[in-house]
Design a protein around this ligand. Structure first.
Ligand SMILES: Cc1cc2nc3c(=O)[nH]c(=O)nc-3n(C[C@H](O)[C@H](O)[C@H](O)COP(=O)(O)OP(=O)(O)OC[C@H]3O[C@@H](n4cnc5c(N)ncnc54)[C@H](O)[C@@H]3O)c2cc1C
Length: 426
């Protein structure tokens, strides 16, 4: 036990639902925690979702409950816009070098937004998958934590422009803010770096980039979300037309020797959920889900059974061979062979959603520990590392839904606590 009564220090890399959970659980068990997140906000990919399966509640509810616990803890230091550059030392005494990039907006910010009107520069909004833009000074999303504006260094002209500075009634903008590097010592390090969406442009034949009305599942989350680029209206990107028919292409880049060999685990459930988004907005829309086999483990099977009862949802067992545009009106044709009937299918639809997979993302931390971080054959971080106290949680380890990530992160926090306690004994 250290002088201030804490049981030791845990470094958590990644502030998605797994990292937030690990941080809260470790802190509530008595550890000090440094939670490092590269984005200007916490929440990770979950923050981009419109609703959670299976309950179809907005993710901000679940996140808000966790953020309340996080805010209540005096033992958690949150560093947004930050990355871990290097980890050295040895088990029980890991030394981490953390780079903290400047937000250029201080805590005096009240999120009033007066700066936005004054800012002349624009950037693509990566939170909305590039389907809209923000000013160089922006709020990442409406429920962001911290609820504080941020300046995009790559877009802002800094003091050469400076128009936002006098526009802020609270003197919260500091264009001279510099990056900082800090060093910490920790007994355990948890990789909660999550996942990256597989790049749909790499998948041959499925029309992403070539057809105007082919989007990815993450893009559909943003289109359906009230905070998204269309204020929640699902519409065709080419002309904003309402949707009469949608095709979901499962395993787009997953379970494929050419792309990701692994099953991405959550895409079947994501498409079943997204079929609800479409049906809620368009009661007469026809939905076609092309699948290899539907994976809805455990209690999630009930959700699948509910969707199957919908006469407007057509489940077609067949790997999609080709997606192409049909004529000038932007309609898209999905070609596949129905494995159950042996028939060739060419289904014309208004919109195609590629259920793109979950690619591994372990970050680029330099380890100076006499060995590298161990990964499995698909690139996910191994749960069992040779060095005690190096741990992983959530999608950094394998594709998983939120409930599984929360359980996994709680387990990682417990192991981290054990390392702290053992470290303090010896
Ligand atoms: C289309 C789609 C829909 C989905 N819908 C649902 C659903 O409805 N219900 C459900 O249960 N699950 C759903 N999922 C799964 C869900 O997204 C994951 O379970 C969840 O995102 C896992 O959280 P995580 O914290 O492990 O990873 P992430 O959400 O990826 O968070 C990781 C965090 O780490 C940060 N990070 C990464 N590298 C670094 C670094 N080097 N330094 C600092 N920070 C770093 C990232 O910026 C990010 O904030 C869906 C998945 C997809 C693809």
């Amino acid at each position: 036990m250290s002088g201030n009564g804490s049981k030791g220090k845990v470094l958590v890399i990644g502030g998605g639902i797994s990292g937030i959970t690990a941080a809260i659980e470790a802190s509530e068990a008595g550890c000090e925690v440094v939670l490092v997140e590269q984005n200007p906000y916490l929440g990770g990919r979950v923050a981009q979702m419109h609703q959670y399966f299976p309950k179809l509640c907005p993710p901000t509810c679940g996140l808000e409950m966790n953020l309340r616990r996080l805010r209540a803890s005096s033992r958690i230091q949150v560093l947004t816009l930050s990355t871990v550059e290097r980890i050295a030392g040895s088990p029980g005494r890991y030394q981490a070098t953390i780079r903290c990039n400047p937000r250029r907006v201080t805590r005096k910010c009240t999120a009033c937004g007066a700066c936005v009107a004054a800012c002349p520069a624009e950037r693509p909004d990566e939170f909305n998958c590039g389907m809209s833009s923000t000013k160089a000074i922006y709020m990442p999303f409406e429920m962001a934590y911290p609820l504080q504006y941020v300046i995009d260094e790559g877009t802002c002209r800094g003091t050469a422009c400076g128009k936002c500075v006098p526009a802020c009634p609270y003197q919260a903008i500091d264009l001279e803010m510099k990056p900082k590097t800090i060093e910490i010592e920790a007994q355990a390090v948890i990789w909660a770096t999550g996942w990256a969406p597989y790049d749909a442009a790499k998948i041959e034949g499925l029309g992403f980039g070539a057809c105007r009305n082919v989007i990815t599942n993450l893009m559909l989350e943003r289109l359906a979300s009230p905070g998204g680029p269309t204020a929640g209206k699902i519409q065709r990107p080419s002309d904003g037309k309402e949707i009469q028919s949608v095709a979901f292409v499962q395993c787009a880049g997953s379970r494929d020797e050419n792309y990701l060999k692994h099953c991405s685990g959550v895409c079947c459930m994501a498409s079943l959920k997204q079929s609800r988004y479409v049906r809620d907005q368009y009661p007469n829309a026809e939905i076609y889900i092309f699948y290899i086999d539907v994976r809805s483990p455990g209690r999630l099977e009930d959700f699948y059974a509910q969707v199957q009862k919908d006469a407007k949802v057509h489940l077609i067992k067949g790997k999609v061979a080709k997606v192409h545009e049909d004529g000038a009106d932007g309609a898209v044709v999905v070609e596949a062979e129905d494995a159950l009937s042996g028939r060739r299918v060419a289904q014309k639809v208004d919109l195609v959603v590629l259920a793109t997979g979950v690619a591994p993302n372990s970050g680029s931390v330099r380890l100076e520990l006499g060995g590298a971080l161990q990964h499995d054959e698909h690139g996910f971080v191994n749960g069992d590392q040779p060095l005690a106290g190096l741990l992983a949680a959530g999608c950094a380890k394998r594709p998983a839904d939120v409930a599984s990530c929360v359980r996994d992160a709680t387990g990682a926090a417990l192991k981290a606590l054990q390392c702290c306690v053992e470290g303090s004994r010896g």
